[in-house]
Design a protein around this ligand. Sequence first.
Ligand code: ZN
Length: 321
Amino acid sequence: MTDHVAEEVTLARMPSGTEVTTTVHTYDGRAGGPTVYVQAAQHGREVNGTEVCRRLHAELVDRPLAGRVVVVPVADPLTFDRVSYTTPEALDSVHPNMNRVWPGDAAGTLHERMAARLWEYVEAADAIVDLHTGSPDMLTHAVFREGDAESRALAEAFGTDLLLSEEAGEDADAEWADRDFDGKLRVAATRAGIPAVTPELAHNKQVVEEAVAAGVDGTLNVLRHCDVLDADPVDTGDATLARNHLGTVAAAESGLFVPDTDLELGERVDAGERVGTLYDPATYETLQTVETDRVGVLYSLTKEATVTAGKSLVKVALLRE
Ligand SMILES: [Zn+2]
């Protein structure tokens, strides 16, 4: 039916000489077809994607496939072991975030070398699913590159209720370049002509059934969409399409944030809707009445009460259609 191989691959070498390795699973169908690359846990605390990969294994190993599926459940073992988003400075002082260095550099910093090794699998693929997990305060969604029809089709097949398009390159604002977003795997792959989607499941650091189920269903639907699995994609209904990386309301001061809204994630909001208050916990002084700053879809509202100035409190995605 399907040939499965699990291969230990060396990604880089630590200062001590210890090798950083990870396991790459390849599922080869007896029938020809496209290759789909699925990866999880570049940001090691985003463990729901890793659990998605384990369940996907059970789905793929005994099923006839047309083509090949390559799965990397722990793309960054260094952040996985630290349950972190980035590595400490001692490991990569230049690029602590692995998802800013793609397509990597075999002679570069630690993360650049790790990415370059995995890029060998990426560039041989016809479609990319880079599984991520947002905070518990974020609505599950899928991100694709604005204007890329094939990537949008992957996101639609993945089937979350909210799809976010992200402008890239010259179309994007200055912040996009300032934050090195062109080094995201999804952006680098799309630029190399490989359609790619970044699902953002909810609840990092926890394995949450709902998030895992969304990831498994979505990835299987992408495999159906790509004809690796011989079935029509499940119709997931109409999604809301909005724009990524706009509409963040940040804390103006450090203090205690108390949400006072009955708004739920995914709701449409107007500009100027009150969502909470930021207090000085010692004097009770109100520091900021927090309001939405635009019309759109509320897709993130922080539940962490103690906030520092500049922290994102609310995210509203601008509706596109
Ligand atoms: Zn992530």
